[in-house]
Design a protein around this ligand. Structure first.
Ligand code: ATP
Ligand code: MG
Length: 363
């Protein structure tokens, strides 16, 4: 198998940044939802973006889909600036880069049949097809998402389908554009646990057969290990660790990734896992200075509290944004997160600490 880095990326985000203005009285403030994020998606590869609620995952997906403008940074499609400056350019971009959402019920129009939804998408992206040509295209789409025979599903309404079947229709609608990139924002988290694996396997099949570049967003680091070639871990708007999924999940380097992995249930038990804790997203109005994880990190020292750590090399093709891996005398010395936290580290507690730090900084 060839390394992904032998190819040029299909879609690339460079120094991506998104700050949302905080509405209301003190309106000069902003939420630092995404800061300095670099990521590359390659043909036939899956990149997982993992992080807790409010860490900025969906914001990244929406920026990559150009559903909202960036505050800073650049999007490159095949190395060219891809920022759509008008509707026509946006249409052309959407044909290449399609998004799948968490809730297939919300994303499919309840008053339209599968036939209507898919025909409309084919028409938008490929022009008007008629008669046998249209029927063949519809059948091919349903076949690709393993809804067979097509006749059983084509005239159904969303409420007549199961959650998994609805998500398959949503994926078929995305495929109607014949895209190169799929952005999948928690595509399985609202589905019954028993059918999650089936959807991941379908996406994997599409990765291989259609050579799609896929961004897979999840709370669940164990599913990232199962499904993704590369895993990127986000914390409070920044990427804190990246590398091949096996290494990141088996030998996490950043203290936050270590917490995430240690608090995840058995990774081989993908089917039986329920959805992780939801909770309010932390408001990152005034994120902690230095490393954003420092208020919760058992190893943090003055460097961590004052300087933002860059992504540092921590092994082949791997990086972690932690001063513990810097070649400098004042670096913190890292120990075992498990020892530091005891048996059951609570990741949510880490997020609560950030919220508190934010409030503190806000006063
Ligand atoms: P979840 O796992 O809950 O889906 P997430 O990682 O996808 O979380 P985002 O939805 O990207 O997180 O949100 C990141 C941060 O940006 C949060 O603090 C959120 O409150 C804030 N945010 C997101 N969208 C907006 C918006 N339109 N206006 C203001 N703030 C926003
Ligand atoms: Mg989200």
């Amino acid at each position: 198998m060839s390394s992904p880095h032998e190819d040029a990326p299909v879609l690339q985000a460079v120094d991506l940044r998104k700050h949302f203005p905080v509405r209301g009285f003190r309106s000069h403030k902003v939420v630092h939802a995404v800061d300095d994020v670099n990521l590359s998606l390659y043909r036939g590869k899956v990149v997982a973006l993992v992080g807790e609620s409010g860490s900025g995952k969906s914001t990244i997906a929406r920026l990559l889909a150009q559903l909202m403008p960036v505050t800073g940074g650049q999007l490159l499609l095949h190395g060219q600036d891809a920022t759509a400056k008008n509707r026509r350019a946006f249409g052309a971009y959407v044909r290449r880069v399609q998004m799948i959402f968490q809730d297939p019920f919300g994303s499919l129009n309840p008053v339209h049949t599968v036939r209507y939804t898919l025909t409309r998408s084919l028409k938008i992206h490929r022009g008007r097809l008629r008669g046998v040509e249209l029927e063949a295209a519809l059948e091919e789409l349903l076949d690709r998402v393993q809804l067979r025979p097509a006749a059983r599903y084509i005239d159904k309404f969303p409420h007549e389908l199961s959650g998994g079947q609805r998500q398959r229709v949503a994926i078929a609608r995305a495929l109607a554009a014949d895209p190169e990139v799929l952005l999948a924002d928690e595509p399985i988290s609202m589905l019954d646990v028993s059918i999650r694996l089936g959807i991941l396997n379908l996406l994997r099949d599409l990765r291989d057969r259609l050579q799609l570049a896929i961004l897979y967003i999840t709370h669940d680091i164990a599913s990232a290990r199962y499904f993704a070639d590369t895993t990127m871990v986000m914390y409070a708007g920044r990427i804190v660790e990246t590398g091949d999924s096996e290494s990141v999940t088996q030998d996490p380097k950043h203290p936050y990734t270590q917490l995430l992995v240690r608090s995840a249930p058995d990774p081989d038990d993908l089917e039986s896992r329920a959805r992780g804790a939801r909770g309010e997203a932390p408001s990152l109005v005034a994120p902690p200075s230095g490393c954003r994880f420092n208020p919760r990190c058992p190893f943090a020292n003055d460097v961590c509290r004052t300087e933002v750590p860059p992504l540092l090399p921590v092994g082949e093709g791997r990086e972690a944004a932690c001063w513990g891996y810097a070649e400098r005398p004042d670096r913190p010395s890292l120990g075992s997160v498990l020892d530091a936290y005891g048996e059951r580290p609570a990741v949510d507690a880490a997020l609560i600490a950030v919220v508190e730090a934010v409030k503190e900084g806000d006063r």
